[in-house]
Design a protein around this ligand. Structure first.
Ligand SMILES: Cc1cc2nc3c(=O)[nH]c(=O)nc-3n(C[C@H](O)[C@H](O)[C@H](O)COP(=O)(O)O)c2cc1C
Length: 206
């Protein structure tokens, strides 16, 4: 057992159960030490084979404008007739989001650890980071969309195939938090029961 008190553990768990994604964010962003904590939470993701596949790229301050321009250029290249309103939305989103953390995976190709597990590990890192963002009192949201799958956007962030971006974490102070209905547990949970003997025999002789 670690040295966290029972009360602290309970409080953290309660807070974790209340996490929700927040799309309407404003300044301030987490401080540098808080960002370190968020990244450290990502680095605690499960990782088959100790490949340490995760890569995190911070996009903040002045760089957000250039990143917005990169999203706009990529969208234009994908579709020359992209409506200006969509391009403006990409640019405005990048500029108003206090902090973006691009989460990606460095893929070890032809490794005995399947590629999907390397991707899942990056997904687990992203989730750990969102939980840390929440526990630090900030809001965050995992965003993908066509830009996250765009090779130019991937390359701009340093992800060259087979490496890839798994998403952008938009992070800041929550402007408004509304309570969200969580899915019904019973609809997602069952208990596996072994087949009765007769079924087992049938399976064995099949
Ligand atoms: C891999 C992944 C990509 C996502 N991409 C988007 C996205 O591009 N735009 C969006 O509005 N929500 C996206 N979402 C959903 C939100 O991050 C969020 O989970 C959703 O709004 C539900 O909110 P909740 O986390 O509070 O249940 C994505 C979720 C995942 C797991």
């Amino acid at each position: 057992m670690n040295d966290v008190s029972e009360q602290d553990r309970h409080g953290a768990l309660q807070s974790l159960l209340e996490r929700r994604s927040v799309g309407t964010l404003e300044a301030p962003a987490p401080t540098d030490p808080e960002i370190d904590t968020i990244v450290d939470a990502g680095l605690r993701a499960p990782d088959h084979g100790r490949l340490r596949p995760w890569r995190f790229v911070l996009i903040r301050g002045e760089a957000r404008s250039a990143f917005g321009a990169c999203l706009v250029a990529a969208a234009r290249k994908r579709d020359a007739s992209s409506p200006q309103s969509l391009l403006d939305r990409y640019q405005a989103w990048a500029m108003r989001t206090p902090l973006l953390i691009a989460v990606g995976t460095k893929i070890s190709a032809r490794h005995f650890i399947p590629e999907v597990e390397q991707l899942l590990s990056a997904g687990a890192a992203a989730m750990n980071m969102l939980n840390a963002v929440h526990l630090l009192g900030y809001g965050g949201m995992w965003v993908t969309g066509p830009n996250s799958y765009d090779l130019d956007v991937n390359a701009a962030l340093g992800f060259h195939a087979p490496d890839r971006l798994v998403g952008l974490l938009a992070i800041g102070t929550a402007r408004a938090i509304t309570k969200v209905e969580r899915p019904d547990r019973a609809a997602h949970l069952s208990e596996w029961t072994p087949p009765i003997d007769a079924d087992l025999q049938a399976l064995r002789s099949a």
